[in-house]
Each structure stands twice: as structure tokens, then as C-alpha cells.
Design a protein around this ligand. Structure first.
Ligand code: 13P
Ligand code: SF4
Length: 381
């Protein structure tokens, strides 16, 4: 691998502070912090073919399966599917990894995805192409500050988004992903729960609007979705009046308000497939375009605008940490066993509780069973 030419980028993100009395329900005090991302060079065509062949061979030899997210490089999405693995949203990645008989999971995505897989399958070896691939939501919600926030609100049920560390998950009552957050919070509200939500303030606000639940929130954000701009999106809509707008709920409220469909990455894919339109404007990471385009060859997908009139984009609609996943590192970790994900077993056991609740709830929902009965009754809604 040509590591010399890898690009190292500076990435700015927000770290909210645990306000005991959040302004309008949201922690408003924030510090700007810096992280970095190391993006590998694209291999040339000959190296690319050789790396793919090597990965196919090593997956068999190591009894491994690939679990990829929709935002990683198209090569890693295609290889996962072609070799019997999966490309999916974060909820299905967790479920697939838990249920698959392989002894090694090769998770292409960001750190919390590998950790969730390890928590659910402590007996499996979980490898990642780059263990430093993180997420602004995870970084912006450190366990000590988050614990202080929870301690200030002991009467609230703690609902945490999957994009968090194992320690934050272990401090929670329920885990959610964007595909099930509304259903789970609605069930909690119906059974009398008041919610403490973390870390994404935009997803939290969307869930609050949809369910009417009583929520106080951590004020984190995704550096990719936070960039989408409503004014410019409205202008693009005018230029493409027949286009339908598909939005991931990590986007700001004024962007969500312009959506024809709001959903997780899988939800966006489903909406694009089912909606009777030829043209779509998509407000999510541009890694998603690969599947949208290959599964809908007759349809046109445009990227939603990320920068205002005078501003330039920072993430430019592509997560720098998802971009850290490359073919060369997949081959290397399969060959050497490097980059294994470890989670402290006691912490993992505690973090597993809210994840298991989410997986049981979503299975019941899918199977047409009464998922709400899995939520303990606290009082009248
Ligand atoms: P999904 O659960 O919708 O795949 O989202 C994960 C994520 O990180 C979005 O930014
Ligand atoms: Fe995190 Fe946003 Fe990247 Fe998803 S796209 S992993 S939420 S920073």
C-alpha cells in the first residue's frame, strides 16, 4: 500500500457541554474541537483488481464475512455483497453481524459500528480497515460529560443513538438507530417515559416533532448532515420541480421540512425505489449514490447543496472517516489479523442490554407483534 501519499485531513466538530438546564431542551454550550482523518490513495486499476482477488481469497481462508455501510467506497460495498456479506444501514449491520456464522467479521464503516458488532458477538473476531475511523457524534459525546448530564436528569429514560462509544451505550437504557428511533421513542412516550436523548440534536428534534415526547437533548451533530442548506435546497428544487427530496434525519430541521421522504440510509433507498418519480435530490452522504444509482438505473440522483452562497463546504457531503476504509487495508487486516476491535467484556455486557432491547423491539415490529409491550410501563402517557 502506498501509505506515503495518504491524505491526512483536519476535521472540526462540536463538543456540547452538559448544561443542567438545556436551553429549549437542548444543551446549547459547545466547544469547537479538532480531529483528523487519514484517507487512503485510490489504487490504480491493476492493483485494484489484485487487491479484490486477494480479499476474496482471504475471506474464504479466514472464514470471514464483510459487513459494509452504504457510505464506504463502492468497491467495499460491492465486494461485501458479492462475497455473501452485506451492505446496509447501521441497524442491519448490527443484526447481520450478530446472526452470521462466520468467525471473523470485517466491518467497513466507522468505529462505533465495529464496537457494536463486537458487543453483540464477543466470541467473534471483529476487524476494521482503520480503527481510527470515528464519527463526530461519538467524539462529541465523551462518557464523563455525558454521565454528568444523565446524573442531572435521574427521572429520564436514557435513549442513545448508535453513533456513540461502548461506554455511552453502557450508560443508556435504550439504543436506537435512525431507522427505529421514532418507533422506540413513541413507544416509550406512550408508556409514560420522559426522555434524555443523545447525541444528535437534529435527529433528536426530528424524533421529538414526530412523537411529541418530552425530551432533553445533548447538542451534538454530524459534520456531514449538519452542512445541508435549506435555502439552496429550495433553489435546487425550483430548478427541478419534479424531483422528490430524500433526507436523512441527521439534517437540520429546515432541510427536513423540505423532504418528500425522511429516513435512514435504508429508508432513503427504499423511498427512491418505491416513489413514482424519475428525479431525486438526496440529502445524505454521497457514498449513498452508488447503491441509489445501481439499483435504480432509470432514475437521476442529484446531491443536495452543502454550502451557502458565501461559504465553502467542509465535509462536502462525504464523511472523512467513512473515507478511511480502503481496499489495501481490508486486505492487510485480513492477512495479518491487525486492527482487531476490543471492548472491555464487563462494559460490553452492560452496553449489550440497550442494543438487545432495540433488536428485540425492531424484530417484533417487523414480525407484526406488539413491540410496545417490550417497553416497561412507567405511568400514564
Ligand atoms: P444509518 O443508520 O441511517 O445507516 O446512519 C448511520 C450514519 O452514520 C449516518 O450518518
Ligand atoms: Fe458520523 Fe456523520 Fe460520519 Fe455518519 S456521516 S459516521 S454520523 S460523522
Amino acid at each position: 500500500m502506498n501509505t506515503v501519499s495518504n491524505t491526512v485531513m483536519d476535521v472540526e466538530y462540536e463538543q456540547p457541554q452538559p448544561d443542567a438546564v438545556p436551553v429549549g431542551g437542548v444543551c446549547a454550550t459547545k466547544a469547537t474541537k479538532h480531529a483528523w482523518a487519514r484517507v487512503p490513495v485510490e489504487p490504480g486499476p491493476i492493483e485494484r483488481t489484485a487487491l479484490k482477488d486477494k480479499i476474496r481469497r482471504l475471506l474464504k481462508e479466514r472464514k470471514a464475512v464483510m459487513v459494509s455501510h452504504y457510505y464506504v467506497h463502492p468497491d467495499l460495498q460491492d465486494l461485501a455483497e458479492e462475497t455473501g456479506g452485506i451492505v446496509s444501514d447501521s441497524l442491519e449491520m448490527a443484526r447481520f453481524g450478530r446472526d452470521h456464522p462466520a468467525t471473523t467479521l470485517l466491518v467497513s464503516g466507522v468505529r462505533f459500528m465495529g464496537e457494536t458488532s463486537k458487543i453483540l458477538s464477543p466470541e467473534k473476531r471483529v476487524l476494521m480497515p482503520d480503527l481510527d475511523a470515528t464519527c463526530s457524534l461519538d467524539l462529541g459525546c465523551p462518557i464523563d460529560e455525558f454521565s454528568a448530564f444523565c446524573d442531572a436528569h435521574p427521572d429520564r429514560t436514557v435513549v442513545v443513538y448508535a453513533n456513540t462509544s461502548a461506554a455511552v451505550k453502557a450508560r443508556s437504557d435504550w439504543l436506537v438507530t435512525s431507522s427505529c428511533a421514532v418507533d422506540i421513542v413513541r413507544a416509550l412516550k406512550d408508556r409514560g417515559h420522559k426522555i434524555l436523548w443523545a447525541p444528535d440534536r437534529h435527529l433528536g428534534a426530528y424524533v421529538q416533532r414526530e412523537t411529541g415526547a418530552d425530551m432533553v437533548m445533548w447538542g451534538g451533530s454530524c459534520i456531514v448532515h449538519d452542512e445541508f442548506k435549506a435555502f439552496e435546497l429550495a433553489a435546487l428544487k425550483k430548478e427541478h420541480p419534479k424531483a422528490k427530496v430524500l433526507v436523512h434525519p441527521e439534517s437540520p430541521a429546515d432541510v427536513v421540512a423540505l423532504a418528500d421522504a425522511v429516513g435512514s440510509t435504508s429508508g432513503i433507498l427504499k423511498a427512491a425505489h418505491e416513489m413514482d418519480a424519475k428525479e431525486f435530490i438526496v440529502a445524505t452522504d454521497k457514498g449513498m449514490m452508488h447503491k441509489l444509482r445501481t439499483l435504480n438505473p432509470g432514475k437521476v440522483f442529484l446531491e443536495a447543496p452543502t454550502a451557502g452562497n458565501s461559504a465553502t463546504c467542509k465535509s462536502c457531503a462525504h464523511c472523512p472517516w467513512m473515507a478511511m476504509n480502503g481496499l489495501a487495508d481490508v486486505a492487510r487486516v485480513l492477512e495479518t489479523g491487525a486492527n482487531e476491535v476490543h471492548v472491555d467484556p464487563a462494559l460490553g455486557l452492560r452496553a449489550r442490554l440497550p442494543i438487545d432491547r432495540m433488536l428485540a423491539f425492531t424484530s417484533a415490529l417487523k414480525g407484526g407483534r406488539d413491540a410496545g409491550s417490550l417497553v416497561p410501563l412507567i405511568g400514564a402517557a
